[in-house]
Every structure is written in C-alpha cells, then in structure tokens.
Design a protein around this ligand. Sequence first.
Ligand code: NDP
Ligand code: 2IT
Length: 444
Amino acid sequence: MDLQSFMKGVTRRNPAEKEFHQAVKEVAEHVIPYINQHPIYEKARILERLTEPDRVVVFRVSWEDDQQNVRVNRGYRVQFSNAIGPYKGGLRFDKSVSLSILKFLGFEQTFKNSLTTLPMGGAKGGSDFNPKGKSNPEIMRFCQSYMTELQHHIGKDVDVPAGDIGVGEREISYLFGQYKRISGEFSGTLTGKGLSFGGSPIRKEATGYGCVYLAEEMLKRKDECLDDKICLISGSGNVAQHAAEKLIELGAKVVTFSDRNGFVHIPDGATQENLNYIIDLKTNQRGSLKTFAGEFGFTFYENEKPWKITCDLAFPCATQNELDKYDAQILLKHGCQLVCEGSNMPTTIEGVHLFEEAKILYAPSKAANAGGVAISGLEMTQNSIRITWSREEVDRHLKTIMHKIHEQCVEYGNKGNNHISYLKGANIGGFEKVAKALLSFGVV
Ligand code: NDP
Ligand code: 2IT
C-alpha cells in the first residue's frame, strides 16, 4: 500500500474536500507504513473503511429572524464510525461550515475518541448558521429548528452531540430543551449540559485543562515544567480561556489571545483579572478583544496572528489551519520548544512537517484536545448511573486520561534516541483500537 495512490483515491472519491484530504493525509502518512508491517489490516481494507463515513445526514433548517424574515441554513451530522462506541462529537455553528470541514472533524474525532480509552465512536455536525450578531431568541429558534430534524438521528446509545465553535452552554441548553420536548425523554443524549440538568463538573474547562495537562506530561519527560514559561495562546473562546486559566494557575505566563479581528499582546502575562474580563466579554457580550486591549492599555495587532511573538510554548486554540509553515518557521526561529494543539488541525501539513523535523515537542490535536470529549464521555457515564461526581473527582479522571494518552503516544511514537513523535504515536495509537474492532466485526 502506498501513500500516493491511496491519497489519489481519497481525492477522487471526495473532490474539493480539501480539509478532509488534509486530515486523512496526516493520518495516512503514519498509518500506511504501520499497515504495511501488519498486512492483515491491508487485506481487510481497514483504512479504506475508516475514510468512508458510516453515513452523512444533510438537511434544511428554516427559521424566522427577529424581523420575521424567513431564513434558511443547512444542517449536517456526519456519523463517521461507531466501531468502538456510540457516535460522539461536537456541533459547530459557523458561516464557514461545509461538508469537508465536518468530515475532517468527524474523521479526527474517531481517532481522538479511541485515544481517550473510553467507548466512543466518532461524529461531527453543525450548520453554516452564523451566530454572530444574532439575538438570544434567534439563537433559540435556530437551535429548535435544527434539533427538530437532528432528533431523528441521535440518542443516548446512538449518537451524542456536544459543543464546538459557536456552540456553548447556551446553545446546548436550547438543543437539549427541544430534544427533551420532542422525545419525551430525559437522557444524556447531549453533553456539555448545564450543571443543574445533568451536566458534568469540569466539562466546560476540560479541553483547555486537558491540553495543559498533556503539555505538562511532555515537559516532565524532559525534566522540565511549566513554571515561568512564556506561552502564546490563539483564540479567546472556551478552549483558549481554560487553557489560559490552567497555565496561569501552574505558574506560566500567557502573553497573547486572539480572535477573528487580530491578537492582543500582554507582555508581562495575563492576570486572573484580565482573564475574567475576557471570559465575560466573549461569553456574555460576544465582544471583540480590541475592547479588552483598550480597557487595559495593551497593544492590539489588527488582522494578525500571535505566532511572531517570542515564546517557549505555543497553544493554538482557535480553528483549523491557523498556523502555516511561515508561522512554524518563526516559532522555531524564536526557540519555541513545545506546540500543543487545543484547536482541531490548527497547523497546516507543511507546518507539522517543520515541527517534526525540528524534533520539538509537538502534540497534534487528536491527542492534545481529547480532554473535552473525554469528560463528555464521563458525563454520559454519570447520566447513565444518575449520579454527579465532584469537581475534584472529575479533574482526577481528566488527569489520568491525559496521562494514558501520553503513554499511548510514547508507546507508538518512539523513534529511538529517546525521541518521541507524538504525531506518529497519536495516529497509530488511535488507529489500532478501532482497526482491531473492525477486524473482529468481519466485513461490515
Ligand atoms: P469558541 O467558539 O468558544 O471559540 C472560538 C475562538 O476561535 C474564538 O475566539 C473565535 O474568535 C476564534 N476563531 C474562530 N474561527 C476563527 C477564524 N476563522 N479565525 C480566527 N479566529 C477564529 O470555540 P471553542 O473554543 O470551543 O473551539 C476552539 C477550537 O477547539 C476549535 O478548533 C474546536 O474544534 C476545538 N475543540 C473544542 C472543544 C470543546 O470542547 N469546545 C473540544 C476539542 C476541540 P471570535 O471570538 O472572534 O469568534
Ligand atoms: O472536537 C471535539 O472533541 C469537541 N468539540 C468535543 C466533542 C464532545 O463530544 O465533547
């Protein structure tokens, strides 16, 4: 089996889905050599099966805005694989949402969920609905209309959606309210719920915290720690906020945040007061970081990305392909020693290759941001047994899961000379469990 002809087939079958091609290529670069050493996977066409979603649901979402105009959006759910558990993955509401983006995310989710060691398959969904500038009643009406169709395809043992870009606790609450109303059932069919109706402690924080716990593990292996490290964060949403919170708590300095308008530089490191302001600005007022920079007297770099600021560690936490080869070059030139991906596929393939060649500590998103879905998995567990665990207990589980992810990366990514490719480790570690399950099922 060779990479080029495999990718030719993927491209031919999925024309114009460039994000999907990118995600598949990143995995295939490591998994194909592994398959060639284990011919049983080739014979059973495991990688071909894993690059074809189980099914894709596409539907119309009609809703009415505050001026009584009828609006029409497209809704999706890509159910990628339920080989090792019910479909599981977030919903993204963003004007850029396309089938290619959701297929790349669903594909990645399958490997990520496998790495968590929990029984969850992979899925992703969402809509090209743009939440920017919409009122609460508009968001509610959109969520209700979206769920009116989606409810046919999900269920607590079938497919369990959660949040992603543009979908936070407010949207999950509207979606859950509508699901409960139509199905007549109170169950854990969505995760990321409010704490008063079945949500798990730490779910909101888990992606950002988990990303920092993994960075800590990677540094520890090198006898290093987070103390006083200069950190760049991109994004200022859920993942960025909680990565920053944990980094500050553990003694690191967070010197940037970004949003769609640019980035803010905080030379001495953000304080908890700065962070509280950003959380309120982004969660309650849906404002711009420009306002934050103005309020505290920091410089705001319009339409720029944070990667040119000198740092020790970088945490991309905004969106896909936000860090290209030029950004990677400048990070490496400035001596950055670790890149830990909070967002999904933030680094272009060329950028990834540069990090790998430089042998810095580079954790791909499917390992680094798996803490969020892991705690979603534990929210499902708590819902099933009708118990809510304490914050401390869930946080302990999160640390253990991130530790196990690190162990899998070390097991499968050991390149000799004490060098670990976390990329190779995550890709093969994630693949192995799903591939074994598919082999056991026969030809399905
Ligand atoms: P949010 O919607 O809470 O925040 C997204 C942040 O990224 C915002 O600051 C937003 O800017 C910025 N952003 C979004 N799109 C762009 C863009 N095209 N260019 C520049 N900045 C952009 O989302 P999350 O924090 O939940 O998600 C961030 C990333 O983490 C995504 O890649 C998501 O898939 C991934 N992820 C999320 C998980 C979760 O549990 N929520 C779990 C695992 C991964 P603005 O404020 O201007 O909108
Ligand atoms: O990309 C992701 O892992 C998420 N958006 C979280 C998915 C989930 O089901 O919690």
